[in-house]
Design a protein around this ligand. Structure first.
Ligand code: X2X
Length: 336
C-alpha cells in the first residue's frame, strides 16, 4: 500500500495540476502550500481550483504558491484529514459529514431530506448554520473558509437493481463514506452500509465488495462510476458540500493582507464551482444514460417515513443538541 502511494506521489507530476507562473515569479515563493482533495481532475472542484491557484500566485506577486494534489494522490480522506491537522498539507476539502469524525457538529448538514432545494442550502450554509459549523471546526484547530463548496444532492447507484421505494434498500450492500451520520442513515433505511473512503470506491464496486454507492451525478460521471454500475435512482436523499479547510498554523503564518487575497480567491472559486456543479447535476442524466446507466426517479415519502419510524431524526436531534437542531430548523422548517 505504501509502495503504491509512493509511486503515485512520485508519479504525481503527470496528474498534479502545476501552477504555470513559475517562470514569471521564479521558484522562490514565500509560501509553498499544498492543497489535497479526493476528486478527479475533471470535476469542477479541480478545474476551479486550478484557476484559483493561478490567480493567487498572480495577485500575491508570487508569494503564495499552491500546488494541487487531486484524486486522493496523497492518500484517502482519512489520511488527508490527518495531514491537514498535522500540517503535512496546508489545504484540504472535506465533506462536513466525514469531518464529523473529528468535529461531531459538522455532520448536521447531511441530515436526510433536510434541504428541499439549493435556495435553502445556500441560505443556511452562507447564513447561521454555516457560521455555527465553522465555529465548531475552529475549535479543532482547523480554519474553514466562509464559502462551502458544493458536492450536490446525492443519488443511489447499484449494479443489481433500481431503488424505487425504501424497501428496495433492505439488506443492500452499499458503500457510504466514513461518517457516523451516513452509516446511521443507511442502517435506519435497513441497508447494510460499508464505510469506504472514496479513493477505494471504484474498485469496491468493480469487485462487487458492495453493490451500490450514492453520490451526486457530477461525481458519478467524472469518477466514471457508470462503468461499474447499472442503475441510478434519483433519490436526492441528502445534500453534501466540501468545507475548504486550512491548517491553522500554516494559515496564520501568512500575513493578514496576503491571507485576505488568498481567502477571497478561494471563496470566489467556490462560488463558481457551485454554479458548475449545479449545471452538471442538472444536465448529466442524458449523457450518463447513453453511457449505460438506467435512471428512475422515486418519490421520497417511503424513505422519509422509514427514517422517521426508525427514530433517525430523534436520535440525531439528541446527538447534535437542541441549539444546533434549532439553527437547522430555522433554515429548513420543522424536521420530522
Ligand atoms: O466520498 C464521497 O462519496 C464523496 C466524494 O462524495 C465525498 O467526498 C463525500
Amino acid at each position: 500500500m505504501n509502495i503504491t502511494r509512493r509511486t503515485l506521489i512520485v508519479g504525481a507530476g503527470a496528474g498534479a495540476i502545476a501552477a504555470p507562473f513559475t517562470s514569471v515569479f521564479g521558484q522562490k515563493a514565500e509560501f509553498n502550500y499544498k492543497y489535497a482533495n479526493n476528486l478527479p481532475v475533471t470535476h469542477p472542484m479541480n478545474t476551479r481550483a486550478k484557476e484559483m491557484v493561478e490567480a493567487i500566485l498572480n495577485q500575491t506577486n508570487g508569494r503564495v504558491k499552491i500546488e494541487i494534489f487531486p484524486n486522493s494522490q496523497l492518500g484517502n480522506d482519512t489520511d488527508m484529514l490527518s495531514q491537514v491537522r498535522s500540517g503535512g498539507v496546508e489545504f484540504f476539502t472535506l465533506s462536513g459529514l466525514i469531518l464529523q469524525t473529528l468535529v461531531p457538529a459538522s455532520g448536521i448538514t447531511g441530515i436526510g431530506f433536510a434541504f428541499p432545494d439549493y435556495e435553502k442550502v445556500w441560505s443556511a450554509l452562507d447564513g447561521d448554520l454555516g457560521t455555527y459549523v465553522r465555529s465548531q471546526i475552529a475549535k479543532a484547530n482547523l480554519v474553514a473558509m466562509d464559502k462551502i463548496w458544493d458536492n450536490g444532492f446525492r443519488q443511489i447507484t447499484s449494479s443489481t437493481k433500481p431503488i424505487v421505494t425504501a424497501a428496495d434498500l433492505k439488506g443492500m450492500k452499499i458503500r457510504v463514506p466514513v461518517s457516523p451520520l451516513w452509516t446511521s442513515m443507511f442502517k435506519a433505511l435497513d441497508a447494510a452500509p460499508a464505510s469506504i473512503n472514496f479513493a477505494e470506491v471504484y474498485s469496491a464496486l468493480q469487485t462487487k465488495v458492495v453493490e451500490g454507492q450514492e453520490n451526486p451525478l457530477a461525481i458519478i460521471d467524472t469518477a466514471k462510476l457508470y462503468e461499474v454500475q447499472k442503475y441510478c435512482s434519483m433519490t436526492n436523499h441528502m445534500w453534501d458540500g466540501f468545507w475548504f479547510l486550512a491548517n491553522k498554523k500554516a494559515w496564520e503564518k501568512i500575513p493578514a493582507d496576503v491571507r485576505a487575497i488568498v481567502a477571497r480567491n478561494i471563496n470566489e472559486a467556490g462560488m463558481k464551482e457551485r454554479i458548475d456543479v449545479f449545471k452538471l447535476n442538472g444536465s448529466l442524466q442524458n449523457s450518463l444514460a447513453t453511457k449505460g446507466l438506467t435512471f428512475n426517479t422515486p418519490t421520497t415519502e417511503s424513505f422519509r417515513e422509514k427514517l422517521r419510524s426508525a427514530g433517525f431524526y430523534a436520535e440525531w436531534k439528541a446527538k447534535f443538541g437542541e441549539q444546533a437542531w434549532a439553527i437547522l430548523e430555522r433554515s429548513v422548517g420543522k424536521l420530522a
